[in-house]
Design a protein around this ligand. Sequence first.
Ligand code: NAP
Length: 488
Amino acid sequence: MADDMTAPLLSDSEVSANALPSCPFRPTVVILGSGDFSRSLAVRLVGCGVRTVVGTRCVNRIPLGLFPDAVELKSQEEALAASQVECVVFMALFPEHYSSLLRLQSALVGKVLVDVSNAAEINIRGASNAERLAELFPHSLVVKGFNTVSAWDLQTGAHDGSKQVLICGDNTKAKRKVLQLAQDMGFHSVDMGGLSASRNIEVAPLRLFPSWSRPILVTFLLFLFFYGYGFLRGILLPFLAQGHNFFYRLALDLVNESLPAVALVMLALVYLPGLFAALLQLWRGTKYRRFPTWLDSWLQCRKELGLLSFTCAALHGILSICLPLRKVTQYKLINTAYKQVKAGVEEPWDEVGVWRSDLYLSCGVLGLGVLSLLAITSLPSVGNSLNWREFTFVQSGLGYSALMLAIMHTLFFGWDFAFHIEAYSFYMPPSYLIAVALPCTVLVCRCFLLLPCISNRLARIRHGWESRNSCPVLQRHQVVANGTSQDV
Ligand code: NAP
């Protein structure tokens, strides 16, 4: 029994096999440079049990305790001499200083050099830093990588949110070595191909929300439109025509009126490109022809459009909760109560109004709840835990439910006013009626696509069926059968 307790659960051979499933041998890592990146990289490497040597221009300048004790601090020449040929050398210095290492050229022959630098500007003219490094050291094996992780990411440890490390290089063996090292350090390494890909990898950290710019612009323009429309219809024209001063509505009321309109239109914009794509496939009779570029990029930014729609809806919810706190609301309540007392009204109960307001609030809250679920499942960590069927159920099934609830929320709110002539002051319809037009069109189109004759044809197309007019193979067979030329 005592023996059982002292025996390890896994034998030594099992432990090492599990720790390093595909890397029986870890190369020594040399880091040239002792700056921020070098320090963080060294901490991470030592934490993963990799022998790490830092090569610096001046060992004496490095304060005691700056690097972990396990890191060997040497001059650049000694660091390279102390490592085997199979070692991986990280160039943790700025590319402007690469040429200062030319004297180490012979010591770097046959070694894997990892270029971790970022581009100085987004539009790279000529060769990338990694390509220039390869020109400077033609007898070394240059690999680009690790520039997309910051010194901070390196230090936060292997278990604190794994990040992608994009890696490229012309020598497959060298690249594999770096890919494996990144994996061992707890990163998710991605092979991006040959060294020419380094141009894209180098600018990747400089890009500011590349997939967000258009959705943000659309949201901003829609907000501007609805805010401007509301201002004109509800504030400026009444002031000019009747002298009413409603300018107090600018700060909260008008914002809270514009946000749900933007949220609704944005949600419709999430589902509209999918409908266009389906209609295009039906019309073409094939799925093997590319969509136009505008539709392709629209389809790709649906997640961002959806998240921005959720943000606007959530802000609308918060602002609506704040409405009763306003002084204006308090004044209006007291005023209404005073008028009722004066008119002798004792029971101002409005059965239809009560039902309508409850239904309107209930649809709004449910719609926001479903939208929150959509937003959560669009997070990669949550989305990855769903299979394809679950993901499409949430994103499409629940997405259309959210759209329907949002439309019902709007219609319950304004159904009464929509058909009254007073609602069209200055011949302008209320903004919620404008906002609801596109979502209603999307829902109608979706219902049309659900008709069995349409949905069956679409399903066949998506499983690879092609109409005779769209399929070059079928056309060729027909021409051959008709006894004419084989070329079409
Ligand atoms: P840094 O703190 O300024 O360190 C640069 C190091 O380069 C110096 O400490 C110096 O170390 C060394 N060096 C070698 N030859 C040099 C010379 N002739 N003149 C000046 N310095 C020389 O910079 P860093 O932030 O670590 O960045 C280093 C590289 O990593 C850059 O290419 C950067 O783009 C890339 N990078 C950095 C980060 C980050 O978060 N910091 C993230 C991704 C990529 P010795 O004096 O010991 O030789």
